[in-house]
Design a protein around this ligand. Sequence first.
Ligand code: SF4
Length: 349
Amino acid sequence: MSLELVDVSVQFHRSGRTPVPAVVGVSLHVDPSCILGLVGESGSGKSSLGRAAVGVYRPSHGQVLFNGEPVRHLGALARPRNQIGLQMVFQNPFESLNPRRRIGSQILDGMTRSGMSRKARLKRMTESLEQLGLPARAAGRYPHQFSGGQRQRIAIARALAVAPSIMVLDEPLASLDASAQAQLANTLRVLADDQHVGMLLISHDLAIVRHVADQLAVMYLATIVESGPTADVWSLPLHPYTEALIGAIPTADGKGQLPIALTGEVGDPAAPPSGCRFHPRCPYAREKCVRETPPLLDIAPGRKVACWLHRPGRTLRPPAEQDPGDLGAPISLPHGQDVLAHTGGLTTT
Ligand code: SF4
C-alpha cells in the first residue's frame, strides 16, 4: 500500500493565455509508516502536487499510483472504493468541515462506502477521535465549538476513521499556535509508527517538519530540487535553496542558523527563469546556471539534488565548499548583492 507519483506535472489553464505549470515532472514515493515532508515557500506548487496525489487535480502529464493502481480523477465523484485508503486533509479545517452538522455525522459520512456495519462505524469513529486526543462526546458537537487545533484534529480523525494507509496533509500545522503544532506533530508521528499510516506532509515550516518526517523533499517553483533522509538533508543541505531555508529558521536569539538566508521571492511559474529556476536568488549562481537546467540526480544513496555544483561521485560538501569547476563566471544577483544578506526569516504567507 504505497503512493507513487511518477513524473507528474500539473497545469492550470487560463482562457486565451499560456497555461501555468504548477508542478513540473515530480516523482515521489510514500510508503506506509513513513512521513515524507514536502517543504518550500508558498507558490512553490506543494498544494497542487498534494491535490494531484489524491485525484483532486488531474495531472497533465505523468501518473499517480495508489497501491499500484492509477488514482482516478475525482471531479464531483466520490472516491472509488479502491482509493478509500488514500485520504487528504486540507489546510483549513473550518472550510472542510460543515458548520451545520455534528462532528460525528461528518466522520461517519466518510465510512459510508467502507462496507462496515453501523455498529463498527460508530466504534471506529470513537476510536479515531480518541487517537487524536479528543473525547468520544466530541461527536455530538458542532465545528464552531472547537478551537482551531481541535478542528484540525477532527479533520484528521475523519480521514483516519476509514483506516487509510496513506494520508496527504496540506499544511495541517499552519493555523495552529506553537504548542498545538508540537502536539499535533507528535500525534502524526505516533499514527505513522503505531497505525502504519504513510503521510505526505506538506508544509512551509521546515523547522517543525524535520522533527516528524523520515524523508524530505524540497520544492522550488514547481520542481523538486532536493530530497533525502531528513537527518541527512538537515545536517548537510546540498541545494542552495535548502541551505537558505534552513538558514532562515530563527534560533532563540531571533537570527538564522546560517550566516546567509534567502532574499527575493519565488518567481512566476508561468514565466520561470531560464536554466536553473533558482538562479536569480542563488548566491552561487554561475553562467551555466542561467543557460542550462540542472537535472535532479542521484548524488548519494537516498539523496537527490538538482544543482550544477553537485555531481555523482563527488564528495558531498555544502554548496560554498564545492568547486564550481567549469560552470563559468559568477553572476550578479538582481537584488544588487553578490552574497545574500541575513534576513532572519522567509516570507511564507
Ligand atoms: Fe545555484 Fe547554479 Fe545550483 Fe542553481 S544550479 S542552485 S543557480 S549553483
